[in-house]
Design a binder for this molecule. Structure first.
Ligand SMILES: [Zn+2]
Length: 256
């Protein structure tokens, strides 16, 4: 028998009501993007990765549902590449705040915001702070600790003889492998390439100042060439278990 869905938008309204009555009081909300991911990955890469991540985290946590992933985020720094869509930060904040307020009205106690794209981190943080000031009936913690991603790049990358720079923060070995694992039909490995591999984990600031095109004309921070579905499952498993642990810890702190 297949497991019942954790996706709110795949359930009926009576099913959601019953779940809330049965103690499903936490909702995860991934905040993704529609932005270029090199010549070989789809623009929805962050959102697809977010879908898999939050679904698996919700199953590990138990009694947790998943709201539909926000599929457009703050991607101004990728606008030199065709197809990228971007929201102004204040617009994303408003969208996130209204999503959380809606869920709070139905009796959910916590909505965990999970940015799965670096450009969304600020909007997510500000939304969480703003809703804390509103004294919303639901708590809205933001999952801002990126150590799960760093650990995955170091540990899983190491297992496949890939440096953290090659695992990459954008469309490199990590993201390419994960999309190969869960959406292989969306990857064109014949176009996978080696991009800029000498940036640290703090590349976000430079990326925002200079734009992706000036750092890597092909839009890749990392090396996509040796990616595999097997590595993708490993990366995902590593990120899921660590993020589930972090959320458990955050929730325990909120409830005491
Ligand atoms: Zn990405």
């Amino acid at each position: 028998m297949t497991q019942p869905t954790v996706w709110l938008d795949r359930m009926t309204s009576p099913q959601v009501k019953e779940a809330i009555n049965n103690g499903y009081r936490t909702v995860l909300l991934a905040v993704g993007s529609t932005e270029q991911h090199g010549p070989h990955l789809p623009l929805g890469t962050d959102s697809f990765i977010g879908d898999t991540l939050v679904e698996q985290v919700a199953r590990q946590l138990g009694k947790t549902l998943v709201a539909p992933t926000i599929r457009v985020g703050c991607s101004e720094h990728h606008m030199a590449f065709a197809g990228t869509m971007t929201l102004r930060e204040e617009v994303l904040e408003e969208v996130l705040a209204d999503c959380c307020r809606s869920l709070a009205r139905h009796g959910f106690r916590a909505v965990v915001l999970i940015p799965v794209h670096g450009g969304n981190v600020e909007a997510v943080e500000k939304t969480a702070q703003r809703l804390a000031r509103e004294s919303l009936s639901a708590r809205v913690p933001a999952q801002l600790d990126n150590s799960a991603y760093i650990t995955a790049m170091v540990e899983v990358g190491g297992k496949y003889d890939v440096t953290p720079g090659e695992a990459g923060t954008h469309a490199g070995h990590c993201e390419t492998s994960v999309v190969l694992a869960y959406h292989p039909e969306l990857v064109d490995m014949s176009k996978a390439a080696r991009g800029k591999v000498d940036l640290g984990f703090d590349s976000e600031e430079r990326l925002h100042e200079e734009g992706m095109h000036s750092l890597s004309p092909i839009g890749i921070l990392g090396d996509a060439t040796r990616s595999s579905a097997e590595a993708g499952k490993d990366y995902m498993e590593c990120m899921v278990s660590r993020i589930a642990d972090q959320i458990r810890e955050t929730m325990a702190g909120l409830l005491t």
